[in-house]
Design a protein around this ligand. Structure first.
Ligand code: FES
Ligand SMILES: [Fe+2]
Length: 323
């Protein structure tokens, strides 16, 4: 098959997994950034992400590797590596060989935990983090519900999934919105802040979306994106829903998209039902986008019209994440 996309993987912070799913001592093989990787949590609780293959004779650390203290021990001959990718022990040798001693002999990735997820910094040339992502108060508060999570593996690239929010006309054709969303998009450095007012199909007290096209609610969307891999959105109607969207490149043709929703714990039953209806509607909408993304091509020089929205502006902004 020919490659549909001819773009490098952009650099940024990317969600790897949920913090509470990785307990101390857990070891997990993962595949992101076109690479095989191993994710583990040390005994003291540090999450670490390394290249999967042991520099000794190439075993995959994620299949049978075990955590020992602050290191992972290879399943083949038990060499140990810490979260910085340095060899900390060769249990049957008198000394650590010079080839690996004191060096990052397994590629390691900067890792942080934020907003209930484990994030890794990817840069194709190994540069240190160039920006930070937001700490979201709602995602660390007992007043908001635990994350309601959805995920998809999609044959597309991040630039395309992000372009969706700048593409005003598709909201009518693909999602059946009654009108074009109206609003502003501000882009500064790695940040993109969007405020939109639109009309959406009404949701009744049972949480059902009214598809008759006759009843509309005003809806406000405030969205903050930082870099290619993180967005936070707040949907405000009579009730609030927040969502952290994460996109992680599996390779240069495929992404892992996650939507993580939370709503206030204390709210009326009617509002809770309507909030659930909103979550289902957002999930339904992305599932309408997926078949378009999976088959389209990326045109460098598209034939845009005056009603299209800030697509060109978005593309210019996104360029900064290609090294
Ligand atoms: S291959 Fe890992 S210790 Fe030998
Ligand atoms: Fe869409």
């Amino acid at each position: 098959m020919t490659k549909r996309y001819d773009k490098a993987i952009p650099f940024g912070w990317y969600a790897i997994d949920y913090s509470d799913s990785l307990k101390a001592g857990d070891v997990r093989p993962v595949e992101y950034f076109g690479r095989e990787l191993v994710l583990f949590r040390t005994e003291s609780g540090e999450a670490s992400l390394l290249g999967a293959h042991c520099p000794h004779l190439g075993a995959h650390l994620g299949y049978g590797g075990i955590v020992k203290g602050e290191s992972i021990s290879c399943p083949f001959h038990a060499w140990e590596f810490n979260g910085e990718g340095q060899c900390t022990s060769v249990p049957y040798a008198k000394r650590i060989p010079p080839k690996v001693e004191g060096k990052e002999c397994v590629p390691s990735y900067p890792v942080m935990e934020r907003n209930q997820m484990i994030w890794a910094w990817y840069h194709p040339k190994g540069e240190a983090p160039l920006f930070d992502i937001d700490d979201v108060p709602e995602l660390q508060s007992d007043e908001w519900t635990p994350l309601d999570t959805y995920d998809w593996k999609i044959n597309t690239i991040i630039q395309e999934t992000g372009e969706n929010a700048a593409d005003m006309a598709h909201f009518i054709t693909v999602h059946g919105n009654p009108g074009m969303p109206q609003g502003t998009v501000e882009m500064e450095g790695p940040r993109r802040v969007t405020d939109f007012d639109s009309e959406a199909q009404s949701i009744d007290e049972q949480g059902n979306v009214d598809m008759s096209g006759e009843n509309h609610d005003a809806i406000h969307l405030h969205s903050v994106g930082v870099g290619p891999g993180f967005t936070f959105q707040r949907f405000s109607r009579m009730f609030d829903v927040v969502m952290m969207g994460t996109v992680t490149p599996i390779n240069d043709q495929t992404v892992h998209l996650r939507f993580n929703f939370s709503v206030p714990r204390k709210q009326s039953e009617d509002n809770a039902m309507m909030a659930t209806g909103t979550v289902h509607e957002i999930v339904r909408q992305v599932e309408q986008d997926i078949p378009i993304w999976e088959h389209k091509v990326y045109l460098d020089d598209p034939a845009l019209c005056d009603g299209d929205g800030p697509i060109a502006k978005y593309r210019k902004w996104f360029q900064q994440f290609y090294a």
